[in-house]
Write a protein that binds this ligand. Sequence first.
Ligand SMILES: [Zn+2]
Length: 281
Amino acid sequence: MPELPEVETIARRLREVVKDKRLKTIQVLREKSFQGNPDLLVGSTIIDISRRAKILNFTFSNDLHLLVHLKMTGQLIFVDAGTRVGGGHPTDDWVNSLPSKHTRVVIDFEEPGTLFFNDLRVFGWMKVVDQAGVDQEYGKYAPDVNTTEFALQDFQEKLSKRSQPIKVALMDTSIVSGIGNIYANDALHLAKISPLRPAKSLSSKQVKAVYLAARAVIEKGIELGGATIKTYRTVDGLSGDYQSVVRVYQKESQPCLVCSTPIIRIKQAGRSTFYCPHCQK
Ligand SMILES: [Zn+2]
């Protein structure tokens, strides 16, 4: 599942290739993947691409926005004669010719080039909205972890009211946005805090350690273009490199980077948690 650093990387890569391009046609191949009227975007130019939480926002010259959430298996891939860039869930569609049977929306530009929205499991979506629609969507999420709006004091206050495990709290988007499973695991290892600790049991010093660690691993993730965990680890323009520096995520039974104790894997709230039972208290 693409997390904040992966989605931020897609925004940056696509900004390079589709900004200032005028939309010629938009074909919706799967109704479930698209909300709103796609024709409203035809003839308009993309003036910016940004990201909030895990939502991509294509801003058009007619003041409308195309919001995109990739969810579990979505991909955005831009293709022209000499370019193939984007990202998302790594599958054969990263390298095979497009459209494929998983292509849900096809956007063609006046200038040569096509943007494909592929989504194996069809949980992702595209949505045409005005500014009020953007505000409404963004309003569902607490501040992004990598912004100044994510404040230590506010984080501390929220955690002090939560008895859920700190790992689960870190992934709760009503507390902070953008910390997915890979980075929640790694942040707690960096902060030396057990994922099992009730959030409200952390001292203010420990909350600060988690806060700084969460920001640090997300920044590292963005710097490395996100993580490509399973397949296609090295596809130029599509993959990321965070997996090469990952601390504990998917490292069950491997030695802890700090103390060499084997990493343990457990389940929390339906997701895998990896941690060092020696370093993380
Ligand atoms: Zn350790």
